[in-house]
Write a new protein. Structure first.
Lengths: 97, 104, 213
């Protein structure tokens, strides 16, 4: 795993997934854009799939986080209050919440 | 705003029961899997590129193809894009198969 | 190679050539051209076929069974999964990053890839058809309890369900709960209880009785 010396967030930080819509290869699922969660874990730095997908080198590497969400915050009609969702999200898709 | 046809987490359209039937892989599927992996090993393609090709294909085609058919379609796209193969030479080879084996 | 069957080393279900559909024919054409142009060799392809054949849920089951009987191993498995796999002779090095999710009485994990079909192939082999299906990819995140119910698994309201959508280079394996009544079982017998689906997290491991079957 790459070292994330430049990671902007640390575990426990509240984050908002950017509500962005643009063409291209994006690994941030639609259903989680605009949702609020927290940093569960910092995975390190990885090549950026958004440029790898077009033959690029994926550099600079991007910090990757395990981001947690309350299921009840992600879906309108989710009943089990304690359930959670975890997604791997690159730093440029996150902002402080 | 546009949501990609591959980006289906929570989509209403795909909310039906899960078909749990499994099939034994056929030779052509195992071959597609292996050629895909081997192209990665020799550095010809990246998985990200193939994903992107599947995301750019026709939406109804994406939904109607079998899993490995989608892989084959995306491999072809990337191999042509990288000028490793041409569509014409693949078509010519296909025509030769049809002649030898009979039309599908 | 005969005219009607491919004998080039794949071990799946052999289809008479005339029945092959458009894309199946297409991959044979692509394969032949890649070999002729020396982009790939037959050995490159065969190596990948052999590699995948060695990967199966049995590998994951060995890992889980060892974790059940050896708490120190379990701790190492969670801290550094790749190194723990190596201890058992299971090569996880091709995984960019590998994470083991431990189920408990209070927490159950379930793994999906909503965007494509990411799966810990070096450990478990190729994913099952249902894992790649549009309906699983859609519902695993929004209705995980419904999915588990469909697979025959009930989960109490006091249990927290955690779904992992693997969208990047991380691959996840669920470490299911050791079933009750398995105290007298050997590691080998325990491994028989660890199903592929229990390591994806849609169901628990099999009950103790299944080890004697």
């Amino acid at each position: 795993m790459g070292r994330a010396v430049s990671a902007r967030f640390k575990p426990g930080d509240r984050v908002l997934v950017k509500m962005e819509d643009r063409p291209g290869h994006i690994r941030t699922p639609w259903y989680v854009r605009g949702k609020r969660g927290w940093i569960e874990r910092v995975y390190g730095e990885f090549r950026n799939p958004e440029t790898l997908a077009y033959g690029g080198d994926g550099l600079p590497k991007r910090p990757l986080y395990l981001v947690g969400f309350e299921q009840s915050q992600v879906w309108n009609k989710y009943e089990a209050a304690k359930d959670k969702l975890f997604i791997d999200i690159y730093e440029h898709w996150l902002e402080p919440a | 705003m546009a949501r990609g046809h591959h980006d289906i987490g929570g989509s209403e359209r795909d909310s039906g029961p899960i078909d749990r039937a499994e099939h034994e892989l056929e030779d052509w599927e195992i071959l597609a899997d292996a050629v895909n992996q081997a192209l990665g090993v020799v550095g010809v393609k990246r998985t990200d590129e193939l994903r992107r090709a599947r995301e750019e294909m026709d939406s109804e085609l994406y939904r109607s193809l079998k899993y490995y058919e989608r892989w084959i379609a995306s491999m072809e796209t990337i191999l042509i894009e990288k000028k490793i193969l041409t569509k014409e030479e693949i078509d010519r080879r296909m025509a030769a198969f049809d002649k030898k084996w009979g039309e599908p | 190679m005969s005219d009607t069957h491919d004998k080039s080393g794949e071990h799946g279900h052999e289809h008479p050539r005339h029945e092959l559909g458009y894309y199946a024919r297409r991959i044979y054409a692509i394969r032949d051209l890649l070999l002729e142009k020396k982009v790939l060799t037959q050995e490159d392809i065969q190596e990948q076929i052999d590699y995948q054949e060695q990967r199966s849920p049995a590998n994951g089951a060995r890992i889980v069974a060892r974790a059940w009987v050896d708490p120190d191993f379990k701790a190492r498995l969670i801290k550094d999964p790749k190194a723990a796999c190596a201890e058992l002779g299971i090569d996880a090095t091709s995984l960019n990053e590998f994470v083991v999710l431990e189920n408990t009485d209070k927490v159950r994990h379930m793994v999906v890839c909503t965007l494509c079909s990411c799966y810990p192939r070096p450990i478990l082999g190729r994913p099952p058809d249902w894992y790649k299906s549009l309906n699983y990819r859609s519902r695993a995140v929004s209705d995980p309890r419904g999915v588990m119910r469909e697979f025959g698994q009930s989960v109490g309201p006091d249990v927290e369900v955690r779904v992992h959508d693997s969208t990047a280079d991380i691959r996840y394996l669920v470490l299911p709960i050791r079933p009750s009544g398995t105290e007298g079982l050997s590691e080998r017998q325990l491994a028989k209880l660890v199903t592929r689906d229990s390591m994806i997290g849609v169901v628990d491991a099999l009950p103790a009785s299944a080890a004697r079957a």
